[in-house]
Write a protein that binds this ligand. Structure first.
Ligand code: ZN
Ligand code: ZN
Length: 219
């Protein structure tokens, strides 16, 4: 019996625990979900909810002023963000994985998942991020149950064949370019998850950070 329960925990067959919260750390029903969201009291993973805001957030390919934005610029904006948070979060410990969702549903849009090597590092980061603002918006950080990003990620999206688009329930992880990956994670790093090879000395500070980490809200 115990074995049976263990095999269904967090799956569709589990009538108690929400499989989406368990696997992806986010569920579209939020607090109103009929199944349990077991929020961990400690985890090596933090979820920073809705943190990334793409420049063409309102209409794809168009900025807030209605001007078209080149896809390269959108990617550059994202990579600046990625590098910035990677740099800030690695002050608290070695980052094993840093994933930003490309999903569009409210509970997943712009979600940032950071997996530290140690739980203590995640706890220190969480503590430091409480009450802080990023680009004028409050940072919403929490421990997340997700530690296996292979399980959480949509495989079809990686193969460019997900027909659920931005409303898919699995993570659509935004890719970073080869150059930035090499800079942040080194050359031995094969995929964007599982990053034991990263060396902090690879960092060179970017000249044009467009983001603002602050302890007060922008006026
Ligand atoms: Zn749920
Ligand atoms: Zn998908």
């Amino acid at each position: 019996m115990a074995e049976h329960l263990a095999s269904i925990f967090g799956t569709e067959k589990d009538r108690v625990n929400c499989p989406f919260y368990f696997k992806i750390g986010a569920c579209r029903h939020g607090d109103r979900c009929s199944r349990l969201h077991n929020r961990p009291t400690i985890s090596p993973t933090l979820l920073l909810s809705n943190m990334y805001q793409r420049p063409d957030m309102i209409t794809p390919g168009v900025d807030a002023q209605g001007q078209p934005i080149h896809p390269d610029k959108i990617q550059e904006h994202f990579e600046d963000f990625y590098e910035d948070i990677c740099e800030e979060l690695s002050k608290f410990g070695e980052i094993e994985s840093l994933n930003v969702c490309d999903n569009l549903a409210d509970h997943m849009i712009g979600n940032v998942y950071v997996l530290f090597k140690e739980e203590d590092q995640a706890a220190a980061a969480l503590n430091a991020l409480q009450g802080r603002f990023y680009s004028g918006r409050p940072i919403i950080a929490d421990f997340s149950p997700v530690t296996d990003f292979r399980e959480a990620t949509c495989r079809q999206y990686e193969e460019n064949s997900c027909n659920r688009g931005g409303y898919c329930n699995f993570m659509h992880v935004k890719m970073i370019g080869r150059e930035l990956r090499r800079k942040l994670y080194g050359t031995r790093h094969g995929r964007f998850w599982g990053t034991r090879s990263r060396s902090r000395s690879l960092y060179t500070k970017r000249q044009h950070l467009v983001f603002d980490w602050s302890t007060t809200q922008a006026s």
